[in-house]
Structures are given as structure tokens and as C-alpha cells.
Design a binder for this molecule. Structure first.
Ligand SMILES: *Cc1c(COP(=O)(O)O)cnc(C)c1O
Length: 221
């Protein structure tokens, strides 16, 4: 299927209250332009260098989301333009994002990435680790980050029940953290979960953001 048809087919399946991040990693500029041409503005990438190169040449009204593991020493390259960093997985990283955002006189939207999958290799925080960050003095002093919610990646499996249980767990984390730390903060509202293989389950479990790549752009090689 061509990219535009694939995109139209996906967008039909996403309720209006759920945001779609079109994950364009390892796909060429022309592929992004095709989806942009249909009016879509939110794209996700996972490699800093690729993100910076694409941002340079594509229209400036694109909202770029960083969805991959982010090294502290690379934050400076995306700080001028990044719309949301979905993969905050340490206090050190968040401090750097705050510092660089401040240098550019802006506020950067952030999600904390939670570890919900069975696989050891996936990045992300435990609930304890997240609470330690939120209770730290350093966090309280950050003025240039806007914490919008949580992100998670489910186990890559055909076991639907396992995926459901992981998304349920992430939703529980979201509800708990919202009540305990962000009850008065209306910016804390995003739950980013669901990719090509499991976005329907994620929407059923309360995702507010889904991140879809291969179903739109085709398989990555
Ligand atoms: C690659 C990626 C996606 C999209 O994956 P698809 O299976 O191609 O939809 C979503 N989220 C993250 C964090 C990714 O790295």
C-alpha cells in the first residue's frame, strides 16, 4: 500500500481524543512529506542525528517527538526545536533537558519512560525510581520542563493478555503519579503507549498518544 493510503487507513482507526505520532525513523524525507501533505504534523524519531537532519530540511511547523533513548550529551542538539521528549529515564537526563531548554528560553514537554515490558533490554524507570526523581530537590527547582505524563513500550509478543496487563500497569502508574504529584497540574495528562502491533489494545486501555511507524511507512530494513 502507498504511504498516503496507509496513513488514511490508520487515522480512521484512531479516536479524535488520541494523538498519533507518525514514527518516521529510518524513513526518507519524501515519506515524511507525503504524510505532511495530508495535514499531519506530529512525527517521532529515535536517533538525534537523524532527527536534526530531518528537522533542518522539513517544514518548521512539524512537532518533533524524541521517542528513543537519549544520551545526556546529545540533548543540546535537539533542545532548540524539540516539541516533546517521550523518553526521560533519569534525573540526570531531565536536568540536562531543563538546562538546555533554559538556554533557549523555552520549556520542553517531557514524558517519563516507564519500564513495563518483560524484556531486560528495554529502557525505562521503575515506579520507585520515578518517585525518587519527583521527590528530589533538583526536580522541584526545574522551571523549563513541562511534565506531561508517562510513556511505555510493551513486550514484543503475540500474547495479548501480557500486553493488556502491561498497559494496565502503565495506566495504574499514571493514575497514581497524577494523584500524588500532579493533581493540580492539568498538563500531566498524556499516556503514550501502543505501536503498530498493539495500538488498538493501547487505545482500549486508555492511551492518549500512540506511536505508529511501520503500519504507515512500511517495514524498516
Ligand atoms: C520504532 C518505535 C515505535 C514505532 O514502531 P512500529 O512498530 O514501527 O509502529 C514506537 N515507539 C518507539 C519507542 C519506537 O522506538
Amino acid at each position: 500500500m502507498d504511504i498516503k493510503e496507509a496513513f488514511k487507513n490508520i487515522i480512521k482507526q484512531i479516536p479524535p481524543n488520541v494523538k498519533l505520532v507518525a514514527v518516521s525513523k529510518r524513513k526518507p524525507i519524501e515519506a515524511i512529506e507525503a504524510v505532511y501533505g495530508l495535514g499531519h504534523r506530529i512525527f517521532g524519531e529515535n536517533i538525534v542525528q537523524e532527527l536534526v537532519e530531518k528537522q533542518k530540511v522539513l517544514p518548521k511547523d512539524i512537532e518533533w517527538h524524541m521517542i528513543g533513548h537519549l544520551q545526556t550529551n546529545k540533548v543540546k542538539y535537539i533542545a532548540p526545536f524539540i516539541s516533546m521528549i517521550q523518553s526521560i529515564d533519569s534525573l540526570k537526563l531531565l536536568k540536562e533537558v531543563n538546562k538546555r531548554a533554559k538556554q533557549h528560553n523555552r520549556t520542553i514537554n517531557c514524558l517519563f519512560e516507564m519500564h513495563i515490558a518483560k524484556e531486560e533490554s528495554k529502557f525505562g524507570l521503575t515506579l520507585d525510581e520515578l518517585e525518587q526523581i519527583l521527590e528530589s530537590k533538583e526536580f522541584a527547582e526545574m522551571k523549563n520542563i513541562n511534565v506531561c505524563g508517562l510513556m511505555g513500550i510493551a513486550t514484543n509478543t503475540t500474547d495479548k493478555e501480557l500486553i493488556v496487563s502491561e498497559f494496565k500497569k502503565l495506566k495504574e502508574f499514571f493514575v497514581l503519579i497524577k494523584a500524588k504529584y500532579f493533581a493540580e497540574n492539568e498538563n500531566f495528562k498524556e499516556l503514550s503507549m501502543g505501536m503498530s502491533s498493539d495500538f488498538k489494545i493501547a487505545i482500549e486501555q486508555g492511551a492518549s498518544i500512540v506511536r505508529i511507524g511501520s503500519l504507515i511507512f512500511g517495514a524498516r530494513i
